[in-house]
Design a binder for this molecule. Structure first.
Ligand code: NAP
Length: 280
């Protein structure tokens, strides 16, 4: 596994991490499943825990979840997967609107910590910006959490360049370590402004849905797949992390996919082949 520095911190996170959207759903209610368009199966919980544990064994230390995912069950599932190896992993979770007021941020973080069964969260991210709440108020709460040792680093998600600038300006003592945004071979909109901004400002771009929600690209040139002996999913992950400022968090609910994702960057492609993929 390859590791990269998180933002301007000294922290090293795996270039391929593990996304946890939709995990833990099997212990939720049928309403959640229906609302999310997902099916539930009582064996899912154990399979998903095993998948995360296998990823950790393979060196994927970055785990991304959120209070919103499966209404907290995703955090509980992560907690179970990491209970014997907390020191080996880097836990990123998120606070969502409507919890961006000062007191609500503090409460939400403590709830996440309880569900995860940990003493602190490594990266606490604002899931989505909320123009109805002053960013200064949210960031004051985030800094209080850092001050109290409940959070190590602060991140944002789905923030534009101007929203990221405003978030940075609202922080008194800390920096924004990362911006988690959608980025895949099949969705490259961040390349226009957010990616160059992150590179310039040394903010990690955490690429979500890097496998296009499972709609694996069919257009990748066969000679590239053959030359590097990779599957199309591996090629997508290799391509999306070709920039030093990017890490990716694919979601894999089973061990086979987790292993495939973990080995996706074993060999780096040539610049010409990345370019060829970009044009595919
Ligand atoms: P994704 O990672 O692009 O795709 C996940 C899908 O790809 C699943 O159906 C998975 O199937 C399949 N898959 C995984 N590895 C594969 C492989 N090697 N070959 C073929 N298929 C494979 O989609 P995502 O879950 O939307 O995004 C990933 C993570 O990003 C989320 O879990 C979450 O942590 C984060 N996210 C954040 C936001 C945000 O607003 N901040 C929004 C969306 C997502 P199996 O599960 O069966 O393995």
């Amino acid at each position: 596994m390859e590791y990269r520095q998180l933002g301007r911190t000294e922290e090293k996170v795996s270039v391929i991490g593990m996304g946890c959207w939709g995990l833990g759903l099997s212990r939720g209610t049928d309403e959640w499943a229906r609302g999310l368009g997902l099916s539930r199966n009582s064996d899912d919980w154990a399979r998903e825990v095993s998948s995360l544990r296998r990823g950790i064994e393979l060196g994927m230390n970055l785990i991304d979840t959120a209070e919103r995912y499966s209404s907290g069950r995703s955090e509980e599932l992560v907690g179970e997967a990491i209970k014997d190896c907390r020191e080996d992993v880097f836990i990123a979770t998120k606070v969502a609107p409507p919890n961006l007021r000062y007191d609500a941020v503090i409460r939400a973080c403590k709830d996440s910590i309880r569900r995860l069964g940990v003493s602190h969260v490594d990266l606490y991210q604002i899931h989505w910006p909320d123009p109805g709440v002053p960013i200064k108020e949210t960031m004051s709460a985030m800094e209080k959490l850092v001050h109290d040792g409940l959070v190590r680093y602060i991140g944002v998600s789905n923030f534009s360049v101007s929203e990221t600038d405003a978030a940075r300006a609202a922080l008194a003592k800390n920096e924004i370590a990362s911006n988690q945004v959608e980025y895949a071979l099949t969705n490259r909109s961040v390349e226009a402004d957010i990616l160059p901004y992150c590179v310039k400002e040394k903010i990690t771009l955490m690429a979500y849905s890097p496998l296009a929600h499972g709609h694996i690209a069919r257009s990748i040139p066969a000679d590239i797949l053959q030359r590097y002996d990779v599957t199309p999913a591996q090629a997508m992950l290799n391509w999306v992390t070709r920039n030093e400022q990017v890490v990716a968090i694919p979601k894999a609910g089973n061990i086979k996919h987790q292993e495939e994702n973990a080995s996706s960057i074993a060999v780096r492609f040539s610049a010409a082949d990345y370019e060829k993929m970009s044009k595919s």
